[in-house]
Ligand binder design. Sequence first.
Ligand SMILES: *[C@@H]1O[C@H](CO)[C@@H](O)[C@H](O)[C@H]1NC(C)=O
Ligand SMILES: *[C@@H]1O[C@H](CO)[C@@H](O)[C@H](O)[C@H]1NC(C)=O
Ligand SMILES: *[C@@H]1O[C@H](CO)[C@@H](O)[C@H](O)[C@H]1NC(C)=O
Ligand SMILES: *[C@@H]1O[C@H](CO)[C@@H](O)[C@H](O)[C@H]1NC(C)=O
Ligand SMILES: *[C@@H]1O[C@H](CO)[C@@H](O)[C@H](O)[C@H]1NC(C)=O
Ligand SMILES: *[C@@H]1O[C@H](CO)[C@@H](O)[C@H](O)[C@H]1NC(C)=O
Ligand SMILES: *[C@@H]1O[C@H](CO)[C@@H](O)[C@H](O)[C@H]1NC(C)=O
Ligand SMILES: *[C@@H]1O[C@H](CO)[C@@H](O)[C@H](O)[C@H]1NC(C)=O
Ligand SMILES: *[C@@H]1O[C@H](CO)[C@@H](O)[C@H](O)[C@H]1NC(C)=O
Ligand SMILES: *[C@@H]1O[C@H](CO)[C@@H](O)[C@H](O)[C@H]1NC(C)=O
Ligand SMILES: *[C@@H]1O[C@H](CO)[C@@H](O)[C@H](O)[C@H]1NC(C)=O
Ligand SMILES: *[C@@H]1O[C@H](CO)[C@@H](O)[C@H](O)[C@H]1NC(C)=O
Length: 681
Amino acid sequence: MNTLWLYTTIILTTFSLKAHSNPTCNPNDSMTLKHFMNGMESPIPGWTSNSSNCCNWDGVTCDLSGNVIKLELSKKKLVGTLVNSFTNLTNLRTLNLSRNLLKGTPPVSLFHLQCLQVLDLSANEFSGSLPDSVNLPMIQLLDISDNNFEGPIAVGFCINSTGIKVLRLGVNYFDGEVPLEFENCSVLEELSLDGNFVSGMLPEYLFRLPRLLRLTVQDNAISGQLRNSEVSSLVYLDVSLNYISGRLPDFFHLFPNLSYFAAHSNNLDGRMPFSLVNSRSISSVVLRNNSFSGLIDLNCSAMLNLKLLDLVDNKFTGSIPNNLPACPLLKTIDLGGNNLTGQIPETFKSFNSLCYLSLSMCNLNNLSGSLQILHTCPNLTTLVLSRSFDNEEMPSDANLQFKKLKTLVIPSCKLTGRIPVWLNGLTKLRILDLSWNELTGSIPPFLGSLQSLVYLDLSNNYLSGEIPKSLTGLPDLQFHDNSLELSVEFPISMRRGTNGKAFKYSYGIRFPPTLDLSNNFLTGPVWPEFGNLINLHCLNLRYNELSGNIPSSLGNLTSIETLDLSHNDLTGEIPLSLVSLGMLRKFSIAYNNLTGIIPSGGQFSTFSVSSFEGNPGLCGEFVLSCVKKQKSFQIREYEVIEESLISLPVWTGFGTGFLFAVILLLVLPRIRDKQDTDKFE
Ligand SMILES: *[C@@H]1O[C@H](CO)[C@@H](O)[C@H](O)[C@H]1NC(C)=O
Ligand SMILES: *[C@@H]1O[C@H](CO)[C@@H](O)[C@H](O)[C@H]1NC(C)=O
Ligand SMILES: *[C@@H]1O[C@H](CO)[C@@H](O)[C@H](O)[C@H]1NC(C)=O
Ligand SMILES: *[C@@H]1O[C@H](CO)[C@@H](O)[C@H](O)[C@H]1NC(C)=O
Ligand SMILES: *[C@@H]1O[C@H](CO)[C@@H](O)[C@H](O)[C@H]1NC(C)=O
Ligand SMILES: *[C@@H]1O[C@H](CO)[C@@H](O)[C@H](O)[C@H]1NC(C)=O
Ligand SMILES: *[C@@H]1O[C@H](CO)[C@@H](O)[C@H](O)[C@H]1NC(C)=O
Ligand SMILES: *[C@@H]1O[C@H](CO)[C@@H](O)[C@H](O)[C@H]1NC(C)=O
Ligand SMILES: *[C@@H]1O[C@H](CO)[C@@H](O)[C@H](O)[C@H]1NC(C)=O
Ligand SMILES: *[C@@H]1O[C@H](CO)[C@@H](O)[C@H](O)[C@H]1NC(C)=O
Ligand SMILES: *[C@@H]1O[C@H](CO)[C@@H](O)[C@H](O)[C@H]1NC(C)=O
Ligand SMILES: *[C@@H]1O[C@H](CO)[C@@H](O)[C@H](O)[C@H]1NC(C)=O
């Protein structure tokens, strides 16, 4: 709130200033910015060294006297160091420009701009350590997150800059312990150290900072126990992905305003403390991937604000708590990966607030009864029950209705029976995963009339018959549509890239548009109309008994990244049109009865022999002579195509934005049969 207020004030100030003609830049500030600019390895967009009025430069805001009060250079691809390029006086004197413009005034570092209120250098490539001294007396917001800064954090931020409200140092390479540094930050409202290598214990004084509302230290190397003995003003606390151990202290009564508490992926154990399960303020509890045990015993008559409960992968026992519907706002429940038993409680009937329920890898029984209960929840949009049931029959009651359901995931339950008719009524369904069951019969044509379906996984069943042609008419696979909005807000988590740098992603549901019918007994042709599904990213039909030619229209699948037709009875030649599929990264037509010449060029130059082997009539780069027949190529059956969803950067937006969404990664079975392990990992 206060940050918003701060921004609003600044924006309003800015507008009122822009109404006047721009003032002339204070020469001291001008010089600082020119030094800064010249220290960069590449030009700063919108800055010109020939216009002496730096108030006109992009991202620079001045007050009426020409003092620079705001510098916003987020995401400009800036490369350079702060310390050496503009606090090192030796360096500065060697700059050509400085000599022209200095006029004898000593240079002032960017961290000594006397009127600066906002300094935003986030999402650039700055490196080096922090400057030795900071004197920004007017600063309110300082954001240097998502750069390559390193070294310890100690600078004394709040000694000279006593008015600092927002300090974002996340996603850099800072190390050392959390220093005493912030003790004097008496008006600090937000402190973020996410995604660094900070170690040691989390100092207790941070909880006592009188104005602090938001503290995030996710994904560091913080160890020891959490401690606090005084009332804290915190509203948002995230200590996830550290090495915090032992019991979670019974201290939540000291956080009267705490709304979001995340401590996932630490080494916490014991029961959830009394003050937590009785908290009136908390709306999100994220404790996944720890060793909490005991019963899940929330006091819903106290937890009036609870919206999200994520207790995945702990050691909780007992049955699914039947009092959860008494938490009036509870929307998102994920209890997967605990040793829970029994059934979905009767009390879940008409659980009005429930949107998202995931109970993967819990030892539940009675799927039929569970669905009878859950289909009365009016707002349920996501239901994930991977590996929760064992050897039951797929419920076939035609009365089951899930009017708002968008995601239905029930794989690896050894379900028998057929693909049920009641799916026909799930008109909002976008994601359907019934893979790794023992379903028989044919694929019902009505699946093709589910208007919103973009992800269909029926692989690894005993389905037979032809692929219904209707699947080639799924509207959302025919048009590009990346607006798969998340129905529920999920916690943001961190993940390290190969360079050791953290990036953010959300657990929310986003799946690449997929048709996976592999490992069944499907017969008949690969319909030429599959070529209409231009939004499809993955088409997997391997290990079936499909016959006929590979339609050349598949060359129209401009979004396709994975195309696997291997282990079928396909004949004819490989259509030349496939060479034009520029996004194709995984391709196999191995073990069919194809003939002719393997086309070359395009993505085909990146595929190895394993994509083509097992087709005695095929000649090409790898198979020099058709006469030689099947050379003794190594058969690596499951290696060809499968790759994790993570590796589909185009679709997930990994390359462009940091919000990278994976979900069933966390809720789908991780202990699937060997053959499947490569699928969602
Ligand atoms: C520039 O800095 C010098 C030294 O700090 C100071 O004396 C002078 O008043 C400053 N000039 C302006 C225009 O602020
Ligand atoms: C500044 O330099 C650019 C080229 O770098 C030039 O196009 C422009 O006219 C110059 N402006 C002034 C005011 O000299
Ligand atoms: C300043 O730069 C010079 C030359 O690059 C270097 O030798 C010196 O160590 C630097 N001083 C500081 C304090 O960084
Ligand atoms: C300073 O820069 C100008 C233009 O960039 C160049 O013409 C001049 O030779 C430079 N002077 C020195 C001493 O490097
Ligand atoms: C505070 O500002 C003064 C004057 O610029 C500077 O010498 C000192 O190093 C600064 N202190 C800190 C802790 O940065
Ligand atoms: C906080 O400020 C007080 C008074 O200015 C000072 O004595 C103390 O050293 C400061 N604490 C830190 C950690 O810098
Ligand atoms: C909690 O929030 C209320 C209302 O915003 C505020 O008055 C109160 O001071 C806060 N409590 C703490 C301990 O900060
Ligand atoms: C679970 O937590 C451990 C550390 O306790 C971490 O190494 C691991 O990556 C976490 N797993 C997930 C899926 O986040
Ligand atoms: C799960 O809990 C049951 C008792 O409820 C216990 O017998 C069983 O050993 C537990 N399983 C695991 C893997 O902890
Ligand atoms: C859920 O559904 C009910 C009945 O359809 C509706 O009144 C309510 O507003 C919905 N939303 C929530 C969050 O309960
Ligand atoms: C799809 O492919 C076929 C055969 O390659 C071609 O004739 C047709 O024009 C393509 N359709 C579209 C919409 O590109
Ligand atoms: C492959 O096709 C040829 C004719 O096109 C046929 O004679 C042969 O039996 C087929 N091989 C297999 C293994 O199906």
